[in-house]
Design a protein around this ligand. Structure first.
Ligand code: HEM
Length: 210
């Protein structure tokens, strides 16, 4: 297992596999096979892949610890960048195809519809994380500060789930599922951080000299 995870080919494979959803939707577009409402279809398609990649990214650390496979960390950055990539495509489809890049119409939509406001906040929150995802930025910020900044990803994922929840009309099963996954990941993180905290120093009764 460790050998597979260390191989550069696994990374190449994951990169190509992560482009498969894009290849799939582009091939359907070329075949004129994007359902009766193509804009709605690709908006939903890219939204689905954004939230899936966010969950994949957040699952890496718990999986690494539970399976005792430190090499899994090698894939976290790529998965996070794919979440951002699909998020940007999702935004571009909405802004270019749905709103014809009209700033007034876009702004009105952001102010009027809560789910757009929340989606926008999630994508904006991911932007500094994508920018600072390089080794150079880890060095510049220092690992501790960089790590603190990158905890925002949990907030962005929560906003992504709320965005999904707000836009579904009746069947809330999928947003509920993503909400449950995110809650489990957060609880896991909290438990690990509690265990890592050094035990509180034992109280020495006043007057006792050791
Ligand atoms: C991290 C950020 C985001 C995530 C995770 C996300 C995720 C999703 C998901 C999962 C869906 C539903 C897909 C389905 O029903 O199959 C969706 C739909 C949608 N999203 Fe996002 N989204 C994000 C950001 C945005 C942004 C920035 C915008 C636009 C400013 C946006 C606009 C929309 C629209 C218009 C829909 C379709 C709504 C409908 O058909 O009623 N999203 N998004």
């Amino acid at each position: 297992m460790s050998k597979i995870l260390s191989s550069k080919w696994t990374k190449v494979f994951l990169f190509i596999a992560s482009l498969a959803p894009l290849a799939y939707v582009v091939s359907r577009a070329f075949q004129n096979n994007l359902t009766a409402n193509p804009i709605e279809y690709i908006t939903h398609f890219t939204g689905d892949w954004t939230i899936r990649y966010l969950m994949f990214t957040l699952a890496i650390t718990p999986l690494r610890n539970l399976l005792n496979q430190p090499k899994l960390t090698r894939f976290r950055r790529m998965l996070g960048l794919f979440a951002y990539f699909y998020g940007c495509l999702h935004f571009l489809i909405w802004s270019v195809l749905d709103k014809q890049l009209d700033p007034h119409v876009m702004w009105e939509d952001i102010l009027k519809r809560w789910y757009i406001t929340v989606g926008m906040a999630a994508l904006l929150g991911l932007t500094p994380l994508a920018i600072t995802s390089t080794a150079g930025w880890v060095r510049r910020l220092g690992y501790k500060r960089w790590q603190k900044l990158h905890r925002i990803v949990y907030g962005c994922a929560a906003l992504g789930v709320i965005h999904y929840w707000l836009l579904v009309k009746s069947d809330i099963r999928l947003p509920l599922m993503y909400g449950a996954i995110l809650t489990a990941l957060l609880v896991y993180r909290w438990v690990v951080s509690m265990r890592k905290q050094p035990p509180a120093p034992k109280r020495v009764p006043v007057g006792v000299v050791r």
